[in-house]
Design a protein around this ligand. Structure first.
Ligand code: ADP
Ligand code: F6P
Length: 478
């Protein structure tokens, strides 16, 4: 049933958000099955951004085929939820295959080799068509639609064909690669034309927007200028706006949670259980080969072995959230990381005192924030990352201005977090030097940096991101 468009101001109008992931994922536990918060930055950012506004979220549950137990809730705290069911073939070819075996590595600067398979692109196209058809069915006349991320790049043009009355925004949560890499993709024209079905195409960084515009020039022969590119259509030409809209977090809510007595107490307990070391280093990531988990483990363990860090003073906790476990590359990275942790602990640990504490599991929001509060240093060392919200969440949780962030220069977040200890994750010696520098830094220096980081994270928060994107989208119309 279509949603009725009302005559309220733009910010109060019903917004339709379309993303591969719903905010809830289905987990089959062998018994009845349950629904829990879906992992990843997209859900973390969008969920608070939509709180309190009239919105529908259209997406997939992350589970292929039938579910048992409770049905997908159709309302989440006032947010209308609409599921797009995928069968096991679609999940394998569209999600595991084309989205995560081809596009994910290609867009992350080919840190592993992308696999291009024709049947997978066909499935990608078909699933994108399913999403477009559902939006076309539900959207009110003249409604605003916000499509998200690399899994749905064909939806903007498919939707425009079905419903030219709609205002369509698209935001890419991951990097857009340089044209030299993007050009490898056999279906590069289709994806560019798909994206150009939107009125506004947003990226995390200026570089992403620049790379996209360069691709429209080189691959489609268009002539982008400034923040626009004109595309031919039946009525002559249509102008598509392109820009950088760095995503933020709900800083207030992380900060509030960090100050809750139960979270503080849990943070103390974590430190005590880990042996009461002077310095706790923390890593939190989806278990993904782009995150540079191996890089930081190597640097940390070499720094211990060489006495750059004092083993009696420091310890490390690495949380690796299970992710995309049916994809080959993700199985390999899990094996690699676990082998490395085992080796390091075998070489450097003592009974009851491992050098690295490793968890491969999903943790609750409260536990995650308690870890942020407990940790003296957060290590964020991706080889490439569209943004990295974990870095911003850690900063928001440091309500007393203590703590430090070691941050890869290849993250989008570095643009807003310049006062972090910025590292090149490919340079292990440089990373070791930075670890030593952080361990020896004066508390006043850390506090000075943290104050600037916090000001930026609170100013460029998720609310500002939504308002800026939607205002630009409305303003991009003729
Ligand atoms: P990515 O989007 O690549 O996963 P980000 O660092 O941008 O990387 O976002 C990861 C998000 O996942 C963060 O917002 C973090 O709070 C969230 N998260 C961490 N642990 C869990 C978990 N166990 N379940 C759900 N989300 C989690
Ligand atoms: O933020 C990047 C992203 O790929 C999102 O699109 C996605 O929802 C999230 O990471 C987690 O990945 P997945 O949905 O494949 O579990």
């Amino acid at each position: 049933m279509a949603i009725t468009q009302d005559s309220t101001p733009p910010e109060d109008r019903h917004l339709i958000v379309v993303a591969n992931r719903l905010p809830l994922e289905y987990v089959s536990d062998g018994g009845g099955g349950t629904w829990r918060r879906a992992p990843g930055g997209l859900v973390s950012a969008l969920e608070p951004a939509l709180a309190g506004r009239p919105a529908t979220w259209i997406g997939w549950s992350g589970h292929a085929g039938d579910t048992t137990g409770p049905a997908l809730p159709n309302d989440l705290d006032g947010l209308r939820i609409v599921g797009i069911p995928l069968n096991p073939d679609q999940a394998e070819l569209f999600y595991e295959g084309f989205a995560n075996g081809a596009l994910w590595p290609l867009y992350h600067d080919v840190v592993v080799t992308p696999a291009f398979h024709r049947p997978e692109f066909v499935a990608y196209r078909d699933v994108n068509a399913l999403f477009a058809a559902k939006v076309a069915e539900l959207a009110p006349v003249g409604g605003t639609i916000w499509i998200h991320d690399y899994q749905l790049q064909l939806v903007p043009s498919m939707l425009r064909d079905l419903r030219p009355d709609l205002t369509i925004g698209f935001f890419l949560h991951i990097p857009f690669p340089p044209v030299e890499l993007f050009a490898q993709l056999p279906w590069r024209r289709q994806l560019l034309e798909g994206l150009l079905g939107a009125d506004l195409v947003g990226f995390q960084t200026k570089l992403g927007a620049h790379n996209f515009l360069a691709a429209t020039r080189r691959i489609l022969g268009l002539d982008p200028g400034g923040d626009r590119v004109d595309v031919p259509d039946e009525e002559g030409r249509r102008s598509v706006r392109v820009g950088a809209f760095p995503i933020g977090i709900d800083a207030e809510s992380f900060s509030r949670l960090a100050d809750e007595p139960a979270v503080r107490a849990r943070a103390e307990q974590i430190r005590a259980e880990m042996g009461g070391f002077r310095l706790l280093f923390l890593g939190v990531d989806r278990l993904d080969y782009t995150k540079g988990i191996d890089v930081r483990l190597r640097a940390f363990s070499e720094a211990l072995a060489e006495g750059i860090l004092d083993a009696s003073e420091v310890t490390m906790l690495q949380v690796a959230i299970p992710s995309r476990e049916n994809v080959d590359q993700y199985q390999h990275i899990r094996d690699d990381i676990e082998l490395l942790v085992g080796r390091i602990n075998g070489d450097l640990g003592r009974v009851g005192d491992p050098a690295i504490h490793y968890l491969h599991q999903s943790v609750s929001r409260e536990e995650l924030v308690a870890m942020y509060v407990a940790a003296d240093v957060l290590l964020v060392t991706p080889l490439k990352d569209g943004m990295n919200l974990v870095a911003k969440e850690y900063v928001a949780a440091r309500t007393d201005d203590t703590g430090a962030v070691v941050l890869s220069e290849f993250t989008g977040a570095v643009e807003q977090l310049r006062e972090a200890f910025v590292v090149n994750p490919y340079d292990i010696e440089g990373l070791k030097r930075t670890l030593a520098m952080v361990a020896g830094a004066a508390p006043e220096e850390l506090a000075r940096r943290m104050q600037v980081l916090r000001a930026n994270v609170f100013e460029d928060d998720v609310d500002r991101w939504v308002r800026t994107f939607l205002a630009t989208l409305e303003g991009s119309l003729p």
